[in-house]
Design a protein around this ligand. Sequence first.
Ligand SMILES: Nc1ncnc2c1ncn2[C@@H]1O[C@H](COP(=O)(O)OP(=O)(O)O)[C@@H](O)[C@H]1O
Ligand SMILES: O=C(OP(=O)(O)O)[C@H](O)COP(=O)(O)O
Length: 394
Amino acid sequence: MKEKQSLSDVTLQGKRVFCRVDFNVPMEDGAITDDTRIRAALPTINSLIEQGAKVILASHMGRPKGEVKEELRLTKVGEHLAKLLNKPVTKLDESIGQTVELVVSEMADGDIILLENVRFHAGEEKNDPALAKAFASLADVYVNDAFGAAHRAHATTEGIAKLLPAVSGLLMEKELDVLGKALSNPERPFTTIIGGAKVKDKIGVIDHLLDKVDNILIGGGLSYTFTKALGNDIGTSLLEEDKMELAKSFVEKAKEKGVSFYLPVDVVVADEFSKDANTKVVDIDQIPSDWMGLDIGPKTAALYADVIKNSKLIIWNGPMGVFEMETFANGTKGVADAMAETAGYTIIGGGDSAAAVEKFNVADKMDHISTGGGASLEFMEGKDLPGVSALNDK
Ligand SMILES: Nc1ncnc2c1ncn2[C@@H]1O[C@H](COP(=O)(O)OP(=O)(O)O)[C@@H](O)[C@H]1O
Ligand SMILES: O=C(OP(=O)(O)O)[C@H](O)COP(=O)(O)O
């Protein structure tokens, strides 16, 4: 990918800056449970303030699919950001329209506003040119600091960049730099761990990773599609039926390429998706038909820890289980602890994976915590990220 312009390539004094950030933070009962992504955007926001820009922040939250969802408003995020910056943040209940235009027209240099969740407009994810134009009309310069959403070609990540001078923010630059360096000539053994629940998004990435890595460890919701594809019963565990063939082909391709491909050998199963569920540990070929797998088992965790400790570069994306519930947190904790202990270079990617290492108090032991899960995976694949490609070349 070509080198892109950054904050130092533009003069921002007195300019209205539309700054796309990724404030898609985990929330529970209306409260932010991990603010890593908000803190990661502070250097850029502070730099914009110091340069005397009028700072217009925009982000998505969750997947509201073009509708207003009360629980996906950015109000709490705005309050938290104001605390972190120790400055007022004007949170608006819209992201375009007359009110937004009026408030923007009255901004003083150094003021900060936070627009409402941009995905409340269906045009955002469709990259609708009219919506991109409406966003662009609010500002003089576009800054993209949303590495976590850089793999999305949406109105605020891609469309708008074609309409304004467009540069990368400091977080975006740092992410591309660190990941680029780690991947350009990876230290070996190179291990990647993939888990989580976004099976459709992540499974395709594995194909490309098979050309690059020495070990792949699979866990989390993603693993059951593989387990079932290899002929085991998975009860009511998460399944992407139409990806089973693909999953099977990856296991075969791994063999051909000499890549060690690890799947769970045991799992923690539950009789319902609840912290109060009845649970038990079973071998992978013993999942009862009406139970679901919600964590990797202890044998798997020990096996994965061993591989991690014997690797020189480890990239982890996606939790091993439903770690938000104590009962299903052990597998993710085991992997997090092994990541903390290994002498290898460790990179964590993804909102929930970053939240997990925070939760287990090992965040400071990681070499790099990326704010992007899907984005870091696509970057690893060698794909161009639309949110980066659209920025002005140096
Ligand atoms: N076995 C499982 N079944 C259902 N959900 C799971 C399972 N394992 C992990 N998860 C869920 O996956 C979510 C994270 O997935 P994902 O968004 O893909 O990861 P990341 O944000 O790190 O990229 C977590 O909320 C976790 O509860
Ligand atoms: O949380 C995100 O991605 P991640 O779960 O891959 O880290 C980003 O905010 C992108 O969100 P999206 O996957 O709904 O486009």
